[in-house]
Design a binder for this molecule. Sequence first.
Ligand SMILES: [Zn+2]
Length: 274
Amino acid sequence: MARCVIFLADGLRPDAIRPDTSPSLYALAEDYTQAATAVTVRPSTTVAALLSLATGVGPATHRLGEPGLAALRQFARLHPLPGHLAARHLATVVVAGDVGPAEVPVARALALAAGISRFVATAGPARRVAAAAAGRLRFVPDGLVVVYVNDCDRAGHAAGWMSRAYLDAVAEADAAVGQLRAAAADSLLVVLADHGGGGVAPRDHDAPHPVNDAIPLVLAGPRVRRRSVLKRPVSLLDVPPTVLWWLGLEVPAEYEGAVLHDAFVAAAATRAVA
Ligand SMILES: [Zn+2]
């Protein structure tokens, strides 16, 4: 069995991962491998980052900055991650929390264009989204499950990044991580964010700034190094190649990131397909 679970917490800042506000994620990061300095793409927006995760290339290459149907045509010249899995009969299931009703049709269309097997739009706080995702895991014994929660981003825009309300949302996302970890102990679990926030404007994250660029990146599960820190700079773009490699698939030459080999014990290299 080889399953990867990506938990994407929209707007989660790495410095919000502390024993008091996010004990589950803090413990997971300490126990397995965490990046000391991980960054997202620029612009540090959700759409740019999610599409970079889906396609393995940065915004300058995918040029999918605008959400909507225009993006559908762009997928034809890209090599989205889910399409690679589908070619090897591996499913990609996305469980998304609080996608606005107006955005659901577009999100579904984009998901299909990218080769995603199933797009589950759910609602409510992160724990509810995680519960929905946990319930799906048994249907995806092999493949990729992406869980998207936006509690932190929403609180950041409403009350400011690192505000009390924001840290409450971090705690909510953290509880969801704990739930998923328990449900998917046999999976590679990758926890990250699409961007930080509060770098220029206290309630925004789009402007170029190190605090907006910085994201948490934690890997846990089978063959992941224990109590390890990646001290070199890593990028959100390193996640798609790492997922493909871990699942035993080839990494397309066009992908702009690199496999995070140093996050795994050496035996994992035998999984790579020549
Ligand atoms: Zn936002």
